[in-house]
Design a protein around this ligand. Sequence first.
Ligand code: FAD
Length: 400
Amino acid sequence: MEFDAVLCCGCGACANVCPTDAISWIKNDEGFSEPHIDQGACVDCGLCRKVCPYETSHVGVDASPKVYAALHRDLDVVMNSSSGGVFTALSDHVLDQGGVVYGVAFDDAYEVRYVRASDRTARDAFRGSKYVQCDGEDMFSQVEKDLADGLLVMFTGTPCQVSGLKRYLQVKKVPMGRLLTVDNICHGVASPLVWDAYLAYIRSNVLRGSRIERLSMRSKQVSWQEQQMACVTDAGDESAALNHGASWNKLYQTTYAIRPSCSQCRYTSYDRVSDLTLADYWNIENAKLNIDYAHGVNLVLVNTRAGEDLLDSCADLLQTAQSDKASCWQVHLEKPLPLSAKRDRFWRDFGMDPQQAVKAYGKGSRLIDLARKVTPVLRRVGLYSLAVRVFSAVRGTKKA
Ligand SMILES: Cc1cc2nc3c(=O)[nH]c(=O)nc-3n(C[C@H](O)[C@H](O)[C@H](O)COP(=O)(O)OP(=O)(O)OC[C@H]3O[C@@H](n4cnc5c(N)ncnc54)[C@H](O)[C@@H]3O)c2cc1C
């Protein structure tokens, strides 16, 4: 097998499926996991290519999923979720059936981890988007085992992770009748190495030794649409210091730390790989729907019959309003994010002094600051979709 670092999304399906264990998983210089192939052990069976989510593309493929705006009826759930808390309703239903849910949580050190939850307490840790790539490790074989044991399984992740899982199960001939998949519209995943440097920077320079008790990349303290961070320590609330100083969210939005393969994403389309797709319903003001979106609202794309049944089962827990493709459009339903022209400069500076780099680049970029300021106005006057199309066309691009 040949390996292309730019086209590897890091889902891990190839290493999981390899029959001779010829593929091991290593961290590259940017901190992303990628396969290392022992050519001596490789028998050229081709299974690694078969399971690779980048062997096919959905870009430019149209589809007509049912489109909804939705949010949880419990305000507490909405406030603790990134968007409208639909994930909690779906996963509650699966747990109530005795099923298990796979999702991404912070561990005690605030590293991101894939976790298998069989109860609400473990599941609650999945709430809130973590804008960092999470390695699946042995998740695919755990899902395989759960399905073999007859459990109902709900797997949540980025579209490439979901695709990697489904291709893996297909190759292993595992029946998928008890598998439900939920992906997100995806802006890209950032480097865990840069996240580590960010944590080290805030621990020594902002939190000054106090212990993090709660960290969120999608705090709603100011508003759902602001996308601010929250950080509460044993010494108090440090959220303002992060949002006004070096912020992970601002660094994430510059795209400097995003995995190169995200610029070649194969899944930016209405043609989805999952039963349901969850996202923020960013353009809700113009959708003219009778739904209360003040504290966050999901865009839900219903892609399969199983997805429709799952959403129907949660009807009592959710407020929903049917919408349409044109109203809910956002850029990553059409094309991947371009890599920034300043990406190389970021990585050069990061190589010299990681903490200084996250401090400097965590202030964001002027262009993105401007975009964030004008976005609410554009939404109010109904020019959001047009402006995003123009912005994404002029934004600095660079081939990976
Ligand atoms: C990396 C990333 C990029 C995103 N980009 C966009 C975007 O461009 N546009 C948009 O509208 N929405 C985007 N989303 C989706 C959005 O942020 C919400 O996750 C989604 O709307 C679900 O919200 P909720 O309130 O229902 O769920 P929440 O309760 O917030 O649940 C979060 C869900 O996300 C999963 N998750 C959290 N972190 C990760 C991770 N690192 N990798 C994989 N899965 C994770 C959890 O397992 C859980 O299923 C993105 C999410 C992620 C994780």
